[in-house]
Design a protein around this ligand. Structure first.
Ligand code: SF4
Ligand code: SF4
Ligand code: SF4
Length: 179
């Protein structure tokens, strides 16, 4: 028996919401380009988050971070978390204790969000990997929007630009003054 199912019922949410379903640079494109299902990049979850007051957002993420068990599945599954050893897992220096606790979790998750600002491509692999169902993609979507507004940079669209929080000028006045 042959059954036909609507493709939208089978796709991951991130595929449904993807603004750039075709690679921006490639050597050989296998198959025809596909139309975007979300050409304007609408993100209802992000809109809901941004409608909150900053206190509500703080509380929303604080409660979510408390659930983290520090399994690092988010790091291991993220295509842009490419460090040989994650800052959360080094012991020389030990940037944060290995213990699972509200403060340590927050430092890990906010640190990771800062690292991925302008780098996260919104693939949602972290969400799918997280056994505790933390809203990781959403956190990084907010960071991506901040990076876009502050630096006019969108991850993955221009191979010539660097993620804004991954580079610095050693002669930068603000950096030089602090060393
Ligand atoms: S959504 Fe962003 S942070 Fe999450 S796995 Fe994909 S690139 Fe990494
Ligand atoms: S969270 Fe930061 S340090 Fe850890 S792997 Fe990702 S980018 Fe690297
Ligand atoms: S996958 Fe989820 S529970 Fe595991 S470290 Fe990441 S946020 Fe925490």
């Amino acid at each position: 028996m042959e059954r036909h199912l609507p493709v939208a019922d089978l796709l991951e949410d991130t595929c449904l919401h993807c603004q750039h379903p075709n690679p921006v640079t490639f050597d050989e494109l296998l198959g025809p380009e596909v139309p975007s299902r979300n050409p304007e990049g609408e993100d209802a979850e992000l809109a809901r988050l941004e409608a909150m007051t900053s206190e509500e957002r703080r509380e929303y993420f604080r409660r979510a971070f408390e659930r983290c068990i520090r399994c690092y599945a988010c790091v291991k599954n993220c295509p842009l978390c490419f460090c040989t050893t994650c800052f959360a897992q080094t012991n020389q220096p030990e940037w944060l204790p290995r213990t699972v606790g509200a403060d340590e979790n927050e430092m890990f998750l906010l640190g990771r969000a800062m690292h991925l600002a302008g780098r996260c491509v919104q693939c949602g692999a972290c969400d799918r990997a997280c056994p505790m169902n933390l809203p990781l993609r959403l956190l990084n979507a907010k960071m991506a929007k901040e990076a876009q507004e502050a630096f006019a940079q969108v991850a993955g669209l221009d191979p010539e630009t660097q993620p804004p929080l991954s580079v610095f000028e050693s002669q930068d006045k603000d950096i030089a003054e602090h060393h």
